[in-house]
Ligand binder design. Structure first.
Ligand code: NAP
Ligand code: 8YV
Length: 307
């Protein structure tokens, strides 16, 4: 049996399939020279020192589409293939984006608290909210998930704008400048990869361009938004609302952010339904089993596609 190093959790269903083909080791107890395969996820990734110590490593299979926690250029340089789970989560993450946008506009958390606290009985009807219909929505990162978000916005009659590195053949207005797009949007939805190339690209200037009536939705990575600048803007009113699924130092969320009423905060659950996590887990295992069988994989990251 081949030797698999497991980083992070796997479900029982994944474990059952893996156990039939691999001898599974945990970080507390493994022989680095024996490991040929690693299973990990978008949060835990694999650190460079560990990757370098696994002299016979052939494949890292990561559960998740974002792989900023894995140095894929270094893996490719070492001849190690890396796989991820694109597409199977597009619809779910897009639903979470819409959910966050609607929750901000219609103040779902405020009104839920209004009922539970008894204020409805004591003070009468809750204050009015804003309509989410007919808004201009800028999507930062019009990739697989970004395009699904654009489709899912249709029932709200949104005007969709986008910023990415390259212009696409899509019926939405392209902006090559993020600040210019933020100036023209009511809502900015961030869905790029994390990592050094997108580090804090949603900076103070972009946040202020979005403005007091603007709503910032982030499902990409916490690193994409300047969190301190965002908190300051939410406190001062320079930014209206924020719906956030990701944070700079997960799972630690600054108390200042938790105290703000104009935010909706989720614990990185963009893809976290039973159905979607089952599909992601199955693809993560399929990549490992196929590699064991014939040396090929189903979904290599672009940096490793040539291996
Ligand atoms: P994708 O298909 O690769 O799309 C990424 C998009 O981001 C592309 O349009 C790309 O532009 C754009 N982009 C990349 N670097 C950029 C930069 N420096 N400036 C502007 N745009 C840039 O990826 P995906 O499958 O849609 O996933 C996107 C990301 O969502 C993941 O990497 C992950 O971080 C995040 N995610 C989060 C959750 C969650 O639970 N919150 C779940 C899934 C994914 P080009 O097309 O021009 O290259
Ligand atoms: C997961 C994600 O929470 O796929 C991603 O990039 O952020 C989420 O779907 C995570 O990667 C699971 O490991």
């Amino acid at each position: 049996m081949a030797d698999l190093l497991q980083i992070g959790d796997v479900t029982d269903a994944m474990k059952a399939r893996l156990s039939a083909a691999f001898s599974i080791h945990r970080l507390e107890d493994f022989d680095p020279d024996k490991i040929t395969h690693v299973i990990t996820n978008g949060h835990d990734g694999i650190d460079l020192e560990l990757m370098a110590s696994l002299s016979n490593l052939q494949l890292i299979s990561s559960n998740g589409v974002g792989y900023d926690a894995i140095d894929t250029a270094e893996a490719a340089r070492r001849g190690i293939n890396v796989t991820y789970t694109p597409n199977v989560l597009n619809a779910e993450v897009a639903t979470t984006a819409i959910l966050l946008m609607l929750a901000c506009y219609r103040e779902v958390l405020r009104d839920d608290a209004y009922v539970r606290s008894g204020k409805w009985e004591q003070h009468g009807n809750a204050a009015l909210t804003r309509s989410a219909d007919n808004q201009t929505v800028g999507i930062l990162g019009l990739g697989r998930i970004g395009q699904e978000i654009a489709h899912k916005l249709a029932p709200w009659n949104a005007k969709v704008l986008y910023h990415a590195r390259t212009k696409k053949d899509v019926p939405y207005a392209y902006y090559d400048n993020l600040t210019a797009m933020a100036l023209d949007c009511d809502v900015l939805i961030c869905i790029t990869p994390g990592g050094p190339l997108t580090q804090k690209i949603v900076n103070k200037e972009v946040i202020e361009a979005l403005g007091p009536n603007g709503t910032l939705i982030n499902l990409s990575r916490g690193s994409v938004v300047d969190e301190a600048a965002m908190i300051e803007a939410l406190q001062s009113g320079a930014l209206g609302w924020a719906g956030l699924d990701v944070f700079e130092a997960e799972p630690n969320v600054p108390q200042t952010l938790r105290d703000l009423p104009n935010t909706v905060l989720l614990p990185h659950v963009g893809s976290a339904t039973v159905e979607t996590r089952t599909a992601m887990g199955a693809l993560t295992v399929d990549n490992l089993l196929q590699h064991l069988k014939d040396g090929t994989v189903i979904s290599a990251v672009p940096e490793c596609a040539h291996l």
